[in-house]
Design a protein around this ligand. Structure first.
Ligand code: GLY
Length: 369
């Protein structure tokens, strides 16, 4: 471990550690610690694999020359998070001859983590998965907590499983090559933690904007560690989202509806990515909270202004119909008995789950864009 590395522990029935620091993907001993058996499938995408995959394999084999490794590379982008690619990942595990003590190393952003994690959850009813997130969004959210899934045309993440990783190893040096749009998308999820439960962190994010957008190592490491501490605390108490974990979905019901209505899309098009859709979704959730009399409009303004200052979108993209978005929201996993159940807030740092939200009020907010 380097002096600037940090570790966040996630407790509960399946405890594991989140290692955060520069250069961790080159640390073979650290990678090897998490491998129990002899079979390792590296899952990655065609953007990340050329940068890091052979380095990870070499570091791992230097520490554990007995390992049998293979790889499965998918095209980069949300459009790859499909049942077909899930099936191809399973086929790769079968071709490797992976036994029950095998490990999937998910090297990449949220798409690779969700897909690789879901394949690990299903192969032989569950093998280990070590998450090696290379995007900020994956480091602060999707690699932690064990949610794994693929998308179907009817909605995002509708097919999946809870499968906690065996370890998370976040090499912050990977962020230096991250496109600024991806950095901003990750910062939307960082801002989310301030919005749902940490007003001081919200203020810190207002003050540190320039450093974070410049990908300053120290500021980013602090933001990642604080975000992971929040997530660890919540998933430790509520791993299966029976209660407070739902708070981590502030803005996600609106955001997923936007992503689904756009059709996930291929890389290079103008569709909002996940973090951007969540940014818009958080503003919509705050506006709805104000409209329902739960919160002051000034808090909505502060959230909108902070997201906009980070260069994130804060309104629904043109061309998406309010009624169509509401129809997608009705398929959200949080809903119970056909009623809309949304994460709203009472102001900065005070998110709460609200069951049976009035659809007319939601539609009104969606119509205002
Ligand atoms: N991304 C929200 C959660 O992990 O619960």
């Amino acid at each position: 471990m380097t002096a600037s590395s940090r570790t966040v522990a996630v407790g509960g029935d399946h405890p594991y550690q989140i290692h955060i620091g520069p250069g961790l993907l080159a640390q073979g001993e650290l990678l090897a610690q998490a491998i129990r058996g002899r079979h390792v499938l590296l899952v990655s995408d065609d953007t990340v694999a050329p940068l890091y995959l052979e380095g990870v394999r070499a570091a791992l084999l230097a520490a554990r020359p007995d390992l049998k490794t293979s790889q499965h590379i998918i095209p980069a982008g949300e459009a790859s998070k499909t049942l077909d690619n899930f099936s191809a990942t399973i086929t790769a595990l079968a071709a490797l001859g992976a036994t029950r003590d095998a490990c999937v190393l998910a090297l990449g952003g949220g798409v690779v983590g969700d897909l690789g994690g879901f394949a690990a959850a299903c192969w032989m009813r569950g093998v280990d998965c070590v998450q090696l997130p290379t995007s900020l969004l994956a480091m602060v959210d999707s690699s932690v907590g064990g949610k794994t899934a693929v998308d179907i045309p009817q909605g995002k993440n509708l097919v999946g499983a809870f499968h906690p990783p065996r370890a998370v190893i976040a090499d912050t040096a990977a962020l230096r090559s991250l496109p600024v749009r991806e950095l901003r998308a990750g910062l939307a999820e960082v801002i989310k933690y301030g919005a749902i439960r940490d007003p001081l962190f919200f203020q810190w994010l207002q003050a540190e904007r320039e450093a974070l957008l410049a990908a300053d190592d120290t500021a980013l490491a602090q933001a990642i560690a604080r975000s992971c501490e929040h997530k660890a605390e919540i998933v430790e108490r509520d791993p299966l989202e029976k209660g407070e974990r739902a708070l981590l979905n502030l803005g996600h019901t609106f955001g997923h509806a936007i992503e689904t209505a756009q059709g996930y899309g291929a890389p290079g098009n103008d569709n909002l990515n996940h973090g951007e859709a969540v940014a818009v979704g958080m503003v919509l959730a705050a506006r709805l909270s104000a409209a329902l009399g739960m919160a002051e409009a000034a808090d909505t303004d502060a959230l909108r202004d902070l997201l906009a200052a980070y260069g994130l979108p804060v309104t629904i993209p043109a061309g998406l119909e309010a009624e169509a978005l509401l129809a997608h929201m009705r398929l959200d996993k949080k809903n119970i008995a056909g009623r809309l159940r949304l994460v709203l807030w009472r102001g900065i740092g005070k998110a709460e789950v609200v069951p049976d939200v009035d659809e007319a009020a939601v539609l009104e907010v969606l119509r205002q864009g």
